[in-house]
Design a protein around this ligand. Sequence first.
Ligand code: 4NP
Length: 157
Amino acid sequence: MARHPAILFVCLGNICRSPLAEAAFRQEAERIGLDVTVDSAGTGDWHVGEPPDPRAIAVARANGVDIAGYRGRQVAPADFERFDHVVALDLANLARLRALRPEGSRAALSLLLDHVPGRAGEPVADPYYGAQEGFDTTWADVTAGARALARRVAEAE
Ligand code: 4NP
């Protein structure tokens, strides 16, 4: 690859799951010494310009990453040119991304947990309407996905 790989995580609101996937991937990339561009976005536009949900900020902080400075944005067709991997957090958003993807775009589109052996096809559940504990599950899921994907990206380098 001519430049370092770029990875975009996409959920619905870009305030819960995808910022946590971005944080977990940054942490894992740093741990294994992988030089990457990482970002996240939402298929929806309700939270554009907003910081992550306070419960997401809290679980990331408890796991050693500060995401308070992240800001929500909506995914756009140009992201399929800017990123090598566009990674959906669940199946509804994967379907939206398939519809948005420009013809002939070079980005690889995948579901996050497809990268984890034994978890293909599983979504990362939306924790937005649940309790704080749901965010611990989200963190565990995005960490498993981030580790598996980071290994795969590192092997392709
Ligand atoms: P996320 O969670 O997709 O993990 O960021 C959600 C956040 C906000 C909404 C839905 C899901 N919402 O409907 O505002």
